[in-house]
Write a protein that binds this ligand. Structure first.
Ligand SMILES: *Cc1c(COP(=O)(O)O)cnc(C)c1O
Length: 384
């Protein structure tokens, strides 16, 4: 049915009507006082969202552009880096680092498992001559729905004392507690189409004093993504190159909505959405890819072992206008993923689970009692 589309993928995520309407205006000049006023407010509120007093720089890129910026501004060719890889986005970090000629050591785990913080601790402890210049990790691994233990990995990095910690928080920021200053995260990258409730088009990078120190000696080539330029212009509430000004209109409204909800409530909501989704899937007799102890607040991966994952996605779309994500790479066809990130409410989960039950019935899957998924989700929602 037209205009009934429900996007339940881990990005782009749904956008509130008031945010969409804020964009439906003529662009304004990015050197104008009006734009500076918006940028000043947006920058303040981005700092609030990141729980930081450091710089939060806005770039006209997707999340991968923010990741690239997080590498090229702080490292030099041949630098040794330790990269965590337990999914598609961990692999992307490895690819970006290699593309720029870094000397990459990978700490890997199976897709669906968490990165083992102990392995980071060991590698960093053995590095007595401090050759490791950065530890690079994905917090919420979107391809599997696994939340890595950033806090513990970061503690090992801090004990090392020399390496920077560079983090992809693309599907954790705005869904899970990422206290940038309290944890001393040096560089943190994210993207607008995930937890921010705005469309794709902006990437964000936080940079602390330690990372700016590394910036002064970093020798990888940089131009468009030279964060020093963005920092200098941010001081005047503008950007070095033309920003997507309408995206700033959107972000202004979205961040006000987030402030009205409050960080604690935002995190609690995502926790509840994740728990309700997982309880429902279990009640339907389908295994989950990520363990309960490391469930991403943004995305739940389901292994529908007795029904074809792509068929489920096709029926959900055709009959219910609900878009679920498929598996990536070797998980394609083996899993489907339910996104619950950003502008998603309890009602959306009840709807999605109800539709999933109807889809499973249509596909002849009989491994559950009708209503069991909805009942399990409702129970979590009522009590959390
Ligand atoms: C979406 C995503 C990215 C960025 O992808 P883009 O398509 O470049 O926006 C990076 N990391 C994670 C974990 C993501 O979910």
């Amino acid at each position: 049915m037209e205009d009934k589309l429900m996007l339940m993928i881990p990005g782009p995520t749904p956008v509130p009507e008031q945010v969409l309407l804020a964009m439906a205006k003529h662009p304004i000049g990015h050197r104008s006082g009006d734009f500076s006023k918006i940028m000043a407010e947006v920058t303040e509120n981005l700092k609030w969202l990141h729980q930081t007093k450091n710089d939060v720089l806005s770039l006209t890129v997707s999340g991968t552009g923010a990741m690239e910026a997080a590498i090229i501004n702080f490292l030099s060719p041949g630098d040794r880096v330790l990269v965590g890889s337990n999914g598609k986005f961990g692999e992307r970090w490895v690819e970006v680092a290699k593309a720029y000629g870094l000397n990459v050591d990978t700490i890997a785990a199976e897709w669906g498992q968490t990165l083992n913080p102990e392995k980071f601790r060991e590698s960093l402890e053995h590095d007595t001559n401090k050759a490791i210049k950065a530890v690079i990790v994905t917090h919420s691994e979107t391809s599997t729905g696994v939340l890595n233990d950033l806090e513990t990995i970061n503690r090992a990095v801090k004990a090392h004392g020399e390496a920077l910690i560079i983090v992809d928080t693309v599907t954790s920021l705005g869904a899970y507690n990422v206290p940038v200053d309290a944890w001393g995260l040096d560089v943190v990258a994210s993207g607008s189409q995930k937890g921010y409730m705005v469309p794709p088009g902006l990437g964000f990078v936080t940079v602390n004093a330690r990372a700016w120190q590394a910036y002064t000696t970093a020798k990888l080539p940089r131009y468009y993504l030279d964060l020093g330029k963005y920092r200098k212009d941010a001081a005047k509430n503008t950007t070095p190159f033309t920003p997507p000004v309408n995206m700033f209109f959107a972000l202004q409204v979205a961040l006000r909505m987030m402030q009205a909800e409050g960080l604690e409530n935002i995190f609690a909501r995502h926790q509840r959405l994740s728990a309700a989704t997982r309880a429902a899937v279990k009640a339907l007799g389908m295994p989950l890819l990520a363990p309960d102890t490391a469930a991403s607040p943004a995305i739940t991966s389901v292994i529908p072992d007795r029904v074809d994952a792509e068929q489920i996605r096709a029926v959900m779309k055709k009959r219910f206008d609900i878009i679920l994500a498929g598996g990536q790479d070797h998980l394609k066809g083996k899993i489907f993923r339910i996104g619950h990130l950003g502008f998603v409410s309890d009602r959306d989960i009840l709807t999605a689970i109800g539709a999933l039950e109807a889809t499973l019935q249509e596909l002849g899957y009989e491994g559950f009692t009708a209503g069991a998924g909805v009942a399990a989700a409702a129970k979590v929602i009522a009590t959390m």
